[in-house]
Write a protein that binds this ligand. Structure first.
Ligand SMILES: C[S@@+](CC[C@H](N)C(=O)[O-])C[C@H]1O[C@@H](n2cnc3c(N)ncnc32)[C@H](O)[C@@H]1O
Length: 447
């Protein structure tokens, strides 16, 4: 048994579902032990080697740091040592700053130069710990510990720009770029994660981080870009993991647009097939995948076909292992449309998706899954309109795969409402602030 902690993307519930799917796809028994809106702690029955951790981190769209848990505490200790309001307990502050876990992170450092960083992740809901002061004091205390243990020099990095998601909240975590730039994952350097949940504090040693620079390069340097239709590469990875694909699988994107999802699949070592109704986009997807192959100095195994997702059996002759897609989500709205306009769009899209889902099983392997996004459209009267799942699946042989299966959630874990993970969810939201068309994710299979 081994516990890992992951720093989560902004759609934290979706990120947890993706992580669980990734681990289960690799035949691991997973248990979600605890979580906040920023971190999740999972227990798995097998320890992963460095290569497996690196592969996992580079495959996940919704987690940007992976750490092994090396200690945990009751959060009341930290809340008394570093309360947001009122006076602190000196004895408990001394206990926190003793940081005995540092002995697990650093061994034999006499005469060495050590660079490190401590990243603290708040609960995200009713935070009772002063994380800015905690992070600074802990960094100073660890520095002193390292010098006392004979380090020639010890320096730490603090990142204090406001959090991009919430400008009113200080950011006490290092960005993955900062970690890469200062080589913090190579011993004796280290990054330590302090993950705070509503009940416990988890201390982790970071093993791997998301490579945002490479991601951005791919996104910007590829020959064909269309901001209007392109799906984010992170979302593409989430869909691939929820669809249960692994390197070597064949994945189909029947609404492939500019090919973003297929590029991510190719990078993960999958064979790719794309279908796209628009000739320009299909050509664009082809040139993007060719470009990626040249960048990787590999001949990628891909095929892009101009065609209609409602006629898949006439286009695809061999069965694929999985389907992952962001289908057409309706018009690009600048302003929220009227309720009637949205209802009309939802009707048309339901019909399009239903026609595609009726034929999709004919080209999908028996145990294959379909992971797709669905639109949630906000009308001018403030209402959200979504696709009716019964109508979506009418006359298809598909059923909904529960996201966050019940048996992976620790049953004793009682959470405040805003942090609750409801098991067996049919869909999970992907929210982007301020957008008229939001998305939700669904996974389908034959059952
Ligand atoms: C949201 S975009 C996909 C974006 C893609 N993931 C990317 O990153 O570029 C949906 C695509 O579906 C295509 N499309 C619409 N109806 C279709 C159909 N019936 N069959 C195949 N493609 C279709 C659209 O032309 C559009 O390119």
């Amino acid at each position: 048994m081994k516990e890992y902690m992951f720093a989560l993307g902004k759609n934290w519930i979706l990120s947890i579902a993706e992580l669980v799917a990734y681990l289960e796809n690799r035949a691991m028994r997973v248990r979600v032990m605890d979580h906040s809106k920023h971190v999740v702690v999972v227990r798995v029955d097998q320890e992963m080697d460095d290569e497996a951790v690196a592969e996992m981190q580079s495959s996940l769209g919704g987690c940007f740091k992976t750490a092994e848990v090396i200690a945990s505490y009751d959060c009341r200790l930290f809340a008394r040592a570093y309360p947001v309001r009122g006076s602190f307990s000196k004895r408990e502050r001394t206990e926190v700053l003793a940081a005995p876990w540092a002995d697990h992170v650093w061994k034999n450092i006499a005469g060495k130069r050590v660079n490190f960083g401590i990243s603290t992740y708040p609960v995200g809901e009713n935070d009772s710990i002063d994380i800015v002061r905690l992070t600074r004091n802990l960094s100073e205390a660890v520095k002193q510990k390292l010098l006392d243990a004979g380090a020639k020099r010890a320096s730490y990095y603090l990142y204090e720009e406001p959090d991009r998601r919430n400008p009113n909240r200080p950011n006490t975590a290092l960005w993955p770029q900062t970690i890469a730039k200062h080589n913090l994952l190579h011993p004796p350097n280290a990054e330590v994660l302090v993950g705070i949940t509503d009940s416990r504090i988890y201390i982790g040693r970071t093993l791997s981080v998301y490579d945002s620079v490479l991601q951005q390069y791919r996104d910007e340097a590829r020959p064909y870009v269309s901001a209007e239709i392109s799906t984010s590469p992170k979302m593409c990875r989430t869909l691939l993991n929820l669809a249960g694909v692994r390197p070597g699988c064949t994945v189909l994107d029947p609404f492939c647009g500019t090919g973003t999802l297929l590029m991510e699949a190719a990078l993960l070592g999958m064979r790719c097939i794309g279908v796209e109704i628009d000739g320009d986009a299909a050509r664009g997807a082809r040139s993007n995948l060719k470009w990626l192959g040249a960048e990787m100095e590999e001949v990628l195994d891909f095929e892009i076909i101009k065609g209609d997702a409602r006629q898949l059996p006439e286009i695809i002759h061999d069965r694929v292992d999985a389907i992952a897609t962001e289908p057409h989500l309706g018009p690009v709205y600048v302003e929220p449309p009227t309720r009637e306009q949205v209802q009309q769009t939802i009707r048309e899209l339901t019909e399009l998706y239903n026609e595609f889902l009726k034929v999709a099983p004919l080209v999908l392997g028996d145990s294959g899954r379909i992971a797709m996004t669905l639109p949630v459209i906000n009308s001018e009267d403030g209402q959200s309109h979504r696709i009716d799942i019964t109508k979506l699946l009418r006359d298809t042989e598909l059923m909904v795969y529960p996201l966050l299966p019940k048996d992976v959630l620790r049953p004793v874990l009682k959470k405040p409402k805003a942090l609750a993970l409801k098991p067996e969810r049919q869909t999970l939201p992907e929210r982007k602030r301020g957008q008229v068309v939001q998305r939700e994710v669904i996974v389908l299979g034959r059952g």
